[in-house]
Design a binder for this molecule. Sequence first.
Ligand SMILES: Cc1cc2nc3c(=O)[nH]c(=O)nc-3n(C[C@H](O)[C@H](O)[C@H](O)COP(=O)(O)OP(=O)(O)OC[C@H]3O[C@@H](n4cnc5c(N)ncnc54)[C@H](O)[C@@H]3O)c2cc1C
Length: 384
Amino acid sequence: MVYDVIIVGVGGMGSATAFQLARRKQRVLGLERFDIPHAMGSSHGISRIIRLPYYEHSSYVPLLQRAFVLWREIEALSGQELLVTTGSIDGGREDGELFNGALASARLHNLPHEVLTGAEVNARHPGYNVPPALRAVFQPQGGLLASERAIVAHVNAAMSLGAEIHARERVLGWEAHPSGEGVVVTTDRGRYEAGRLVLTAGAWIGELAPIVERLAVAERQVLAWLQPKRPEWFTTERFPVFNIDVEEGRYYGFPVYEVPGFKFGRYHHRAETSAPDLVRREVDEADEALLRQFAARYFPQGNGPTMALRTCMFTNTPDEHFIIDHHPAHRQVVVASPCSGHGYKFCSVIGEMLADLATGDGSTKHDIGFLKLKRPALSQEAQA
Ligand SMILES: Cc1cc2nc3c(=O)[nH]c(=O)nc-3n(C[C@H](O)[C@H](O)[C@H](O)COP(=O)(O)OP(=O)(O)OC[C@H]3O[C@@H](n4cnc5c(N)ncnc54)[C@H](O)[C@@H]3O)c2cc1C
């Protein structure tokens, strides 16, 4: 075999995996259909939130603790800031899932945190105008990741350790090697052989692993950056990243960082799912109006002129937990769909995990049982 491991998709997850494999002295080939980085997948738009209290499932917290260590490592290697600490707010109704789940996971894992009312949040952070009765977990280690720069940092680090990375090369398909060992990968430029294959194709994962086609569905998202009327209230020092559940739905947001605007979005925006290549890329008035309505009510001082609007894709599983597993019919192939709108913060640790699954006996020390392909929530969907 010419390569030990081929990685399909060099976005957030694939770039981190290339680095982790290269540092284990694996001969790596990373194949990316667009540019590195690019704005067609799930990792663009400058920044992503990283937060530790995890209402989605408390098993994510130990993974995040390791992710923080690895983010700091790649940051040091790259010599540039990739993780900016702002603190994080997870807020919602007092009896709601978001607040209670975040609080339970903070307590379970002894994370430093404070429980605040909305009124207290607004007083501390004047950019906020959330309902006074909202309940929030403030966690001081949360912040934002420079997502596009981190892809470049991982790719540079991987290449400096000998990884080969090809952009503008689309994988058309793969098959098990006729010898029974390894894989053969066909692209629009050539044909490659490797011992193992890692599929980190983001929204396109179903095209390369039909077994997850119905389980990993692309969904259009829209991000807005609005010029704050009081920029001094929207700095990384004064404005923590947020994840809040309000009457209108669940929203997330950031201080001003690089693009001169307060950045935010609505989870599942307008619930538009489609094949990834058919996702509507332009932003219309209804998209902007929906987002502005939220800013006007909860972040009025952030509701100035529009600075940028971008579309992006979630890849959702039915239970919104990631899929990370060996292919059931081909153990030399690893399938990874870590999105459902919350995967980026895990890239660094998922890179390590996928490197574990694609080397040696394929085991990992990380507890990822809850992310297996064969789990009840996914079996029901696959059979439906
Ligand atoms: C608007 C938005 C906001 C988000 N906010 C957050 C957040 O705040 N915090 C958080 O943790 N997560 C967040 N997420 C989720 C997070 O961004 C994703 O989980 C993460 O980016 C997924 O990374 P990926 O590597 O799987 O996908 P990508 O980065 O899209 O990489 C997949 C790559 O595979 C390539 N590819 C696909 N098919 C082929 C092929 N046939 N041949 C070669 N290459 C191929 C694609 O071109 C792409 O580069 C958000 C997502 C969106 C869209």
